[in-house]
Design a protein around this ligand. Structure first.
Ligand code: GLC
Length: 422
């Protein structure tokens, strides 16, 4: 089984390789996606290290001069996807979207570097990537942390990577959709409607894209004036982890000042991320930065505090209690939404299904924090899902059925890098 799936996963990565970058899935997502590419590199690294580094390098070729790294790079146009480059209208070369995605690239580069055993062959490539990664982290600190707490403010649900999470429902209410007009979605022609966001949610996504375009994609202005400005628990935890990993890379490169700067960001977040602790539910969750309201929801992102390296006895034990409760309610952890929440929907995007990449981060964090029981559960469930259903975009936590697109790149990568030995 393992060897068969290994071969299948490698075939999927090779088939989705467009030469220097990998599409998440040829039909539904025909471009380069930011955090997908990072995870994909972990998969390539298991059989082709050179190709793994190339994936991240290609992504950073699309970095804007201010350090921002876009969520999609449209290396080649494809009429099968909406909204395409003309709708974004960022006017960049290469063509890109105007929002970012979770900053996992530095953590991935650190994995690549360690897998290469810090070899001299890859050192020049690390030297080249390091300032680019640092520029992106600085951009987060300067543009997306207006509270000065190390908390990331997302200005579009798509930035969080958990596009359709119910955490965005309340903050999205204020988005004016009156100017959106007619458009033709493409996602629902490729996939079952019952799995995808509804029309009003899609109208809001587009209204935010239009608002960004109207502001000329001036990121500082967007961060101040956009109608949607949510402190995302997922991105905040991943950035904290990424800052630690980039600081370790700075140490290896002998860049003392940069290492110190990055450890400054780490300290700021360690003190500031309490902002995302919702005591009424006993969990970390996202929070609307405009009115200060918590989402009040336990999601898969609530379990990323271990991956971030946060240590807090009371918070940790409360989070682990949620883990225990949820792991008894569903066959496969970690559902993207608490199954006891009335909005839980086992097959709809980010309202129930399990994502392998999120499990990888949760499992890694739990294991590093010494919670070996829950860590093992996450990893073996991920493995069982992939063995049972194949390498899907996501999975139903109840039945284990695959949902979303099939032959998915980052799922294949997580199989090769992590889940196969679970
Ligand atoms: C969906 C996911 C997002 C991912 C993209 C490509 O939009 O919500 O996280 O990056 O698909 O796989």
């Amino acid at each position: 089984m393992t060897t068969q799936l290994d071969e299948r996963a490698r075939d999927i990565l090779r088939a989705n390789d467009r030469g220097g970058y990998t599409v998440p899935n040829g039909r539904v997502y025909p471009f380069q996606w930011n955090w997908d590419s990072a995870f994909v590199a972990l998969g390539f690294a298991t059989f082709d290290q050179d190709r793994a580094w190339r994936e991240v390098e290609t992504l950073f070729e699309a970095q804007w001069p201010d350090g921002f790294v876009p969520h999609i790079v449209f290396w080649k146009d494809d009429a099968g996807y909406f909204p395409g480059p003309a709708v974004w209208g960022t006017g960049r070369s290469p063509l890109t979207s105007g929002i970012t995605q979770p900053p996992v690239a530095s953590s991935v580069v650190r994995s690549l570097w360690l897998r290469a055993e810090r070899s001299a062959t890859f050192r020049p490539r690390l030297e080249q990537l390091f300032p680019k990664l640092l520029a992106w982290h600085r951009w987060f600190a300067e543009v997306r942390d207006p509270l000065g707490k190390g908390v990331v403010i997302a200005v579009h649900p798509w930035e969080t990577g958990r596009d359709n999470s119910p955490e965005w429902d309340a903050p999205s209410q204020v988005i004016d959709t009156s100017r959106v007009g007619e458009y033709k979605r493409r996602d629902t022609t490729h996939l079952d409607q019952s799995m995808r966001p509804t029309k009003i949610e899609y109208d809001r996504y587009l209204a935010l894209v239009q608002a960004g375009r109207d502001m000329g994609w001036d990121q500082r202005r967007i961060a101040r004036e956009h109608p949607f400005r949510v402190a995302d628990v997922g991105m905040s935890m991943m950035l904290l982890r990424a800052n630690r990993d980039l600081a370790a890379l700075a140490d290896d490169l002998g860049r003392k000042a940069e290492a110190e700067e990055l450890r400054g960001y780490v300290k700021r977040a360690e003190a500031g991320l309490d902002y995302l602790w919702d005591d009424s539910i006993g969990a970390y969750c996202s929070r609307d930065s405009i009115n200060g309201r918590f989402s009040g929801l336990v999601t898969s992102a609530s379990f990323l505090s271990f991956y971030a390296g946060l240590k807090h006895d009371k918070h940790d034990s409360s989070t682990l209690q949620h883990f225990e409760r949820i792991s008894k309610r569903v066959r496969y952890v970690m559902p993207s939404l608490d199954p006891d929440d009335p909005g839980f929907d086992s097959i709809r995007y980010w309202r129930g299904p399990v994502w392998a990449v999120v499990n990888y981060m949760i499992g890694t964090g739990l294991s590093e924090a010494g919670h070996s029981g829950p860590a093992q559960r996450v990893r073996s469930d991920t493995r069982a899902l992939m063995e049972g259903a194949g390498l899907y975009e996501s999975y139903c936590p109840v039945s284990g059925r695959g949902s979303g697109g099939g032959d998915f790149s980052w799922t294949s990568a997580i199989w090769l890098h992590w889940a196969r030995s679970g």
